[in-house]
Design a protein around this ligand. Structure first.
Ligand SMILES: [Zn+2]
Length: 300
């Protein structure tokens, strides 16, 4: 068995494998017919089909034709074109359709493939909604041919979809690991320390700084584990394990509600399996380091 290129996690496009070809390098089909990724307020419109949830397919279903959907082409899934459209929050869904949350923490019922497609759709909508005007001079932008990028019609400034790198890290010390929680999370649920990368910072520098700022600890031997695209709205979560090198746990109360050391065999409530936070905890809480575990394959 070969080791996958990346960790298997929903929202990583690679988890769709070769079935999905992004729109970037193709010619836009003339008519919007195919799969529909209709997004309403971080929810994806699907059709219940027995126990499964599937995408609406064909022409835009009749019940949505008054909803001012302005479809754009996202790519091709197994030879079928995928079209993205945004629905206003107050649009009532026609009979036979439901809007299922794309947010894992809200207990989504969507399959990993639908989460990954829906995540791309949300990110594309976010980019469309924030790139209509030049960030430099305010003039309208136009789409660059065959690209997601936009060019200003006046000053010619070009910009591309913005991904925001953030680090997420499990601090280990012997058989215990440091977990933290924010106010507002489900009672008793803990996860990993995380934060955005600053200008001028390396990923490792961001890990050391975030751990110091949020929980007051020094770390060493920072090891990369894997990454996850996180479309809420547009993060790239870069996952690490680091080793404790000193200090007492002192939380930044503006960021966290609590942080504690937990033995690897007595962990508290954790995030769902969809996030890289849980992936790192599951794979590395009980190991001596990232080299000890094979990277995750697609669950069967
Ligand atoms: Zn401009």
């Amino acid at each position: 068995m070969t080791t996958p290129l990346s960790v298997y996690l929903p929202f990583n496009r690679d988890c769709l494998g070769a079935t999905f070809a992004p729109a970037k390098h193709g010619t836009k089909p003339p008519d919007p017919i195919g799969h529909w990724l209709l997004v309403q307020d971080q929810r994806l419109v699907v059709v219940p089909d027995g126990a499964a949830l599937r995408l609406p397919t064909g022409v835009l279903p009749a019940g949505f034709r008054d909803a001012h959907v302005d479809p754009f082409w996202l790519g091709t899934l197994d030879g079928t074109e995928c079209w993205v459209g945004a629905l206003e929050r107050d649009v009532k869904l026609p009979e036979g359709f439901v809007a299922e949350t794309l947010v894992p923490m809200q207990g989504t019922r969507l399959s990993d493939d639908l989460l990954s497609l829906g995540g791309m759709a949300m990110q594309a909508l976010w980019w469309e909604g924030t790139s209509g005007h030049c960030p430099r001079c305010g003039e309208r932008t136009e789409r660059l041919e065959g690209e997601w990028g936009k060019r200003c019609s006046k000053c010619r400034y070009e910009h591309y979809p913005h991904l925001h790198p953030a680090v997420i890290v499990m601090v280990k010390d012997g058989n215990r690991c440091l977990l933290a929680r924010k106010a507002g999370w489900a009672p008793g649920r803990y996860a990993l320390v995380a934060g955005f990368v600053d200008n001028g910072e390396s990923l490792e520098g961001a890990v050391a700084r975030e751990v110091k700022e949020e929980v007051g600890l020094d770390v060493t031997d920072i090891r990369y584990v894997g990454s996850q695209n996180w479309p809420f709205p547009s993060q790239l979560m870069v996952g690490f394990v680091a080793w404790y090198a000193g200090g007492d746990v002192t939380i930044d109360a503006t960021e966290l509600e609590d942080a504690q050391w937990f033995p690897h065999d007595a962990l508290p409530g954790l995030p769902s399996r969809h996030s890289i936070s849980r992936y790192i905890i599951d794979h590395y809480a009980a190991t001596d380091g990232p080299d000890a575990t094979e990277r995750g394959a697609r669950p069967s």
